[in-house]
Ligand binder design. Structure first.
Ligand code: FAD
Ligand code: SIN
Length: 542
């Protein structure tokens, strides 16, 4: 089936692009599971934008580049920062109920940038100003619902949940290959329960946008949802696109430590509003020993400090304590977290919260330009699956949703501007299942999945060494053959698609980490603790 534009992913990046494109063409949006099951709906903190009177674009640019260890591409940072206020305005127009300052509560006016100071701005690590617009502590949920409501209402947008893209359709899938470096859509497996469940469809379009989110689930502990398996990154790599800076995996300092609930984030805004990190045995603060910015140092610094304390003292977790603030203040600012913790027997207004670092964000991805274009004609990548140059070696808090809105819009506008150069898709070969059987060994997938995520956590985590990276590379090599054999003999399933992509992404992370002989931002290698004078990207060429 053919559409004008195919978007793989229904989070902030994919739906932003869809809403712009739908004004002029017919758009098909795919999601692997439910339409709101990506990271977007889980975002707590908010969206960074210069909206405060004392704040400036230059300050936001500088904070982004300081956090990014100087690896950011300045023109991208300027592009995103300068487009942030407009992006917030569009979201407010879509009905996102951003919090307002108490003195000015009511609805957000048509111009949140009008200098009225009406929006309530929180502060997060690495930001020199209050700059984060939010909807309580569940910003992503509000954004996802507003975008979905608008997409459902648009006659030119078709939303298809439960469609797992397997691979990009390229020239080599044409019935008559023409020798072009070109993308025409995807092959996707219907993972739903309807009549076409289990069938692989060839979905073609004049232009294709990957908006598939990150690869957090490459790690044993991650704040990301289960579907964050790096699918878009792996698909783009297999199709022939360059992938960059995959060694920069962000670990969030404060994920709840709980033996049952393994991936509940405690937003950085808790530290922004005065939360303190403490040794759980002595109650002593430790961040002042590590960085003059204390609890509000950038994430890599805070995560490494916590990791250091946990390992040095043999702890299971550290404490995050905001119980010195008035209970009403805590409940008012963090209603979702308060309720969730209370359900687990922790009253954050009275006692500290046990926390540990966990993987949180994928800074690297499909290398794109300022219009979201990837290396192959007709292919774009936006949001967390891309590497635009915004984050450099470490993403500044709350800059990622922002990147989704700015690049979702930029990619859509580029497609519309170049519409005449995108021809109708040619005839493409159907998916061939003639030589595969149903798997009789599902246990292999589960075993490999767990093994991979465990060694990535242990060997390619917050602190790396040459030996650990070498061990990880060796295991990846062993698993590669097993997965390839499995993939060529058995019918694809949702789990197999994810495992194959997870493995591919892990390989890209380890390759990139081994290529960097310095420590910078999120990549810390104890064998190369120095930071080189010149910052350079790690660009892997397929
Ligand atoms: P996602 O929202 O992750 O969406 C990915 C989409 O791709 C989904 O629809 C998924 O189904 C689909 N997909 C994936 N693979 C396939 C496939 N093979 N076939 C079909 N569809 C596929 N950032 C901020 O700026 N501020 C915050 O406060 C913040 N808080 C966060 C809190 C948590 C717990 C987490 C995990 C992240 C947070 N982030 C935050 C990061 C931010 O949420 C993400 O970077 C952002 O939402 C990514 O959006 P996206 O549109 O790129 O991808
Ligand atoms: C948080 O709320 O701490 C997450 C913010 C982000 O990831 O940008």
């Amino acid at each position: 089936m053919s559409h004008d534009v195919l978007i793989v992913g229904s989070g902030a990046a994919g739906l932003t692009a869809a809403l712009v494109l739908a004004e002029k063409c017919r758009v098909l949006v795919l999601a692997k599971g439910a339409l709101d099951a990506g990271s977007t709906a889980w975002a707590q903190g908010g969206i960074a934008a210069v909206l405060d009177k004392g704040d400036t674009f230059e300050d936001h640019i500088r904070d982004t580049m300081v956090a990014g260890g100087g690896l950011n591409r300045r023109e991208t940072v300027e592009f995103v920062v300068e487009n942030a206020p407009v992006a917030i305005e569009r979201l407010a127009d879509l009905g996102v109920p951003f919090n307002l300052d108490d003195a000015t509560s009511g609805s957000v006016g048509s111009s949140p940038t009008g200098g009225s100071g009406a929006l309530h701005l929180t502060r997060e690590g690495g930001h020199s100003h209050r700059r984060i617009v939010h909807v309580d502590d569940a910003t992503g949920w509000a954004v996802q619902q507003a975008l979905l409501k608008a997409a459902h209402a648009h006659p030119n947008i078709t939303l298809r949940p439960d469609m797992a893209a397997i691979d990009l359709v390229t020239d080599r899938h044409r019935i008559d290959p023409a020798g072009e470096r070109r993308v025409w859509g995807v092959y996707a497996l219907d993972t739903g329960s309807g009549p076409s469940a289990g069938r692989v469809e060839c979905l073609t379009a004049r232009a294709t946008i990957l908006a598939t989110g990150g690869a957090g689930r490459t790690y044993l502990f991650s704040t990301a949802p289960r579907g964050a398996t790096g699918d878009g990154i792996a698909m783009a790599w297999r199709a022939g696109c360059r992938i960059s800076n995959m060694e920069f995996m962000q670990f969030h300092p404060t994920c709840l430590y709980n033996l049952e609930v393994k991936n509940f984030l405690i937003t950085e805004a808790v530290r922004g509003e005065g939360g303190l990190l403490k040794n759980p045995e002595t109650g002593e603060r430790f961040m002042p020993r590590f960085d003059p910015r204390e609890e509000l140092a950038p994430r890599d610094v805070v995560a490494r400090a916590i990791d250091h304390e946990i390992k040095r003292l043999g702890l299971d977790y550290v404490h995050l304590d905001i119980s010195h603030k008035p209970p009403e203040f805590v409940r008012h600012h963090f209603p979702t977290i308060y309720e969730r913790l209370l359900g687990l027997g922790i009253d954050m207004t009275k006692e500290p919260i046990p926390v540990v670092p966990a993987q949180h964000y994928t800074c690297g991805g499909v290398l794109i330009d300022l219009a979201g274009r990837a290396d192959l004609f007709g292919l774009y990548a936006v949001g967390e699956c891309s590497e635009s140059g915004l984050h450099g070696a470490n993403r500044l808090a709350s800059n990622s949703l922002l990147e989704c809105f700015v690049f979702g819009d930029a990619a859509a506008n580029d497609i519309l501007a170049r519409w005449d150069s995108f021809s109708e898709p040619p005839a493409i070969r159907a998916w061939d299942e003639s030589r595969v059987a149903d798997s009789d060994e599902e246990v292999v997938i589960k075993q490999t999945w767990t093994e991979l995520r465990r060694f990535m956590w242990n060997y390619v985590g917050i602190v790396r060494t040459n030996k650990r990276l070498e061990r990880a590379a060796h295991r990846i090599q062993l698993l590669r053959d097993e997965i390839a054999e499995y993939y060529s003999n058995f019918r694809v399933t949702a789990d197999l698609i994810e495992l194959r992509n997870l493995h591919q992404t892990a390989e890209l992370i380890v390759k990139s980490a081994r290529a960097r002989h310095e420590s910078r931002g999120l990549h810390y290698n104890a064998d190369y603790p120095q930071t080189d004078p010149a910052a350079r990207d790690t660009i892997l060429v397929p």
